[in-house]
Design a protein around this ligand. Structure first.
Ligand SMILES: C[S@@+](CC[C@H](N)C(=O)[O-])C[C@H]1O[C@@H](n2cnc3c(N)ncnc32)[C@H](O)[C@@H]1O
Length: 256
């Protein structure tokens, strides 16, 4: 549905070199850049894709930020999961509308946002009160208050209260300490997903998974390489994000 920009929402300004800036639109707001000032009023009531000019004539295109763009620019407490990995995690966890997901730790809320945008109902555990607050604020500012989202300030190593969950998604340093709790929280056939930065951690998790009720374990990483494409030259870009994290997933069986 096409909607013009309104005061109170977030817009993304893209300059002629492709640099992106997030702006919370206010009737009396101004966006200050090294190439002049853009009055928010020049954007309000305009459709997405409009071009606006700064006081010094620099051009900006205005769009609503996608989830991926928001995640990379939003306020952070903890390091967020990269969009390429978020996409893969949704797929391996088979997340869809109405899926019941237990997530820990919640951090800045990037994974929460991806889950909620896919229609999941999310309960998050986060030990740090300040991170829990940041995550709630990031979710509300991108998705509003209508989503099914509850963040509890608690340590998942102490246990999980929920049961019958479709998936448990972990982004914390010692996921093997959660396996016994996840066995009780997931429905049979439910999916455990863990995101880890080092292969030593993956190795420890995999050996503990082997001794659990989880089966069909798999570990993968997502390599995302962009290309430089012009009429005269087509080649891979020189730079890429070389390593982010390893995704491990497994299914819960009814019997050991
Ligand atoms: C890397 S961050 C998570 C980032 C998050 N996935 C995102 O995309 O924004 C790891 C988080 O786990 C939290 N954490 C670590 N151990 C925990 C535990 N035992 N229970 C709950 N949260 C924990 C940390 O406080 C931190 O916020």
């Amino acid at each position: 549905v096409s909607r013009p920009f309104t005061a109170g929402e977030r817009a993304m300004l893209v300059d002629s070199r492709g640099r992106r800036y997030l702006v919370n639109l206010r009737l009396d707001g101004q966006f200050h850049t090294h190439s002049g000032v853009v009055d928010h009023r020049t954007l309000i009531d305009r459709p997405e894709g409009s071009e606006v000019r700064s006081s010094s004539g620099a051009r900006f295109v205005a769009l609503r930020p996608t989830l991926a763009e928001t995640v990379l620019k939003m306020p952070r407490g903890a390091q967020v999961i990269y969009p390429k990995d978020l996409a893969a995690m949704l797929m391996v966890a088979d997340v869809g509308v109405g899926s019941r997901v237990l997530e820990a730790g919640v951090g800045s809320g990037a994974l929460s946002m991806a889950l909620l945008q896919s229609g999941a109902r999310v309960v998050g555990y986060e030990v740090r009160e300040d991170f829990a607050r940041t995550a709630r604020a990031n979710v509300a500012s991108f998705l509003g208050d209508e989503v099914h989202y509850c963040v509890e300030e608690r340590d998942i190593y102490d246990g999980i209260t929920e049961s019958g969950m479709d998936s448990v998604m972990l982004d914390l340093p010692e996921p093997w300490r959660v396996l016994a709790h996840a066995e009780g929280a997931l429905r049979p056939g439910g999916i455990l997903v863990s995101y880890l930065p080092t292969i030593n951690q993956v190795s420890q998790l995999r050996s503990r998974l082997d001794a659990s009720r989880f089966a069909m374990a798999e570990t993968l990483e997502v390599l995302h390489r962009t290309w430089h494409v012009t009429e005269r030259s087509v080649r891979p870009d020189h730079r890429m994000v070389a390593h982010t994290g390893f995704i491990t997933h497994a299914r819960l069986l009814d019997e050991p």
